[in-house]
Design a protein around this ligand. Structure first.
Ligand code: AKB
Length: 319
């Protein structure tokens, strides 16, 4: 059967770049983008698009049957900060969308599922440095609770029904094309935009808040790598720890200053500080590296140069 992928949440930060990359590799008609609303021009022009409500099983089923979908990447979710404002909605979206997709796989309507988990599955009682794959997990956000519960359900569907579901725990993802929305790690994207536009940034986390982060290209590479791996190399069916870089707002600001010497940062921590304080500072991702060959390529310096160069070009085109 020919591989045909449906991406749900294709207009979001990760979904939009993942869609474009998968279309480059597999051909535009093999990748069906879908979301609750239309996305940016580049995405909409790049291939087929369907409107879908991720919490409505029948709306997904209709698209699966229409396009003879074999794999689903479920990228729709409400992130940590917005989830705290709308706990019921976050739970409904994050859990029901996952059940819809897992059930499609259980019923044999699709063959493979990618579902992203997050470092938000960890909590204040988790060891914060080099957080192990298996450790205490007591998340304190609705988003984190939904991701942790989701991980258990993924493993359950794999063990009980043989569902081929694969998952990674994304850290904060940094990119210049599409903005993130509603996350605690979003500052690490905003800071580059503000550095280029205004030369200063007021950070909503305190200067020494260290968090695990990753440049988008690495996140996309990891996603494609785990999905292409032979099934027996995927030994963890809940979700894999995944790491690249860890830094604080002070450290990213210092790196930006190397290119923009007058850049100024000030700190006004808000409610997101408490979320950040409950998460790991660095992650041990040995198992992902050993089992399916994960490795990252972007460090803080390379990522900063790439972000600043591309945002300069993007902004000069707007003028
Ligand atoms: C968030 O900040 O909520 C997300 C995440 C770490 O999953 N970027």
């Amino acid at each position: 059967m020919k591989k045909k992928i449906l991406i749900i949440g294709a207009c979001g930060q990760i979904g939009s770049e993942l869609t474009l990359k998968l279309r480059d590799i597999n051909g535009q008609n093999s990748i069906i983008a879908s979301d609750i609303r239309e996305g940016n021009k580049e995405l909409m022009k790049s291939g087929p698009f369907e409107l879908v409500n991720a919490i409505d099983y029948n709306s997904i089923l209709t698209i699966v049957e229409k396009h003879q979908i074999t794999e689903i990447y479920l990228m729709a979710a409400m992130l940590s900060a917005t989830g705290e404002k709308f706990p019921d909605k976050a739970w409904e979206l994050n859990m029901n969308s996952l059940f819809n997709v897992l059930n499609l796989a259980k019923e044999g309507k699709i063959q493979k599922v990618f579902w992203p988990s997050s470092i938000a599955v960890f909590g204040p009682s988790t060891p914060q440095e080099n957080t192990p794959q298996e450790t205490i997990m007591e998340p304190t956000t609705v988003y984190g609770i939904s991701k942790q519960a989701g991980e258990r359900w993924c493993e359950y569907y794999h063990n009980k029904y043989g569902v081929d579901v694969r998952s990674i725990r994304y850290p904060g993802i940094i990119s210049w094309k599409t903005n993130p929305g509603g996350g605690t790690t979003d500052y690490a994207v905003e800071i580059y935009h503000e550095a280029i536009l205004n030369g200063n940034y007021t950070c909503f986390l305190s200067e020494n808040t260290k968090l695990p982060m990753m440049y988008m290209d690495d996140a996309i590479e990891a996603t494609m790598k785990i999905m292409d791996a032979e099934p027996d190399t995927i030994k963890i069916r809940s979700s894999y720890n995944l790491a690249a870089i860890s830094f604080t707002p002070k450290e990213i600001a210092a790196e930006i200053k190397k290119s923009i010497p007058n850049f100024q940062i000030t700190y006004q921590p808000d409610s997101r500080q408490q979320i950040a304080d409950s998460w790991p500072k660095s992650i041990d991702d040995t198992k992902a590296r050993e089992h399916w060959g994960w490795k990252h390529t972007f460090d803080l310096k390379k990522m900063t140069n790439t972000m600043l160069e591309n945002l300069q070009i993007k902004n000069s085109k707007k003028l």
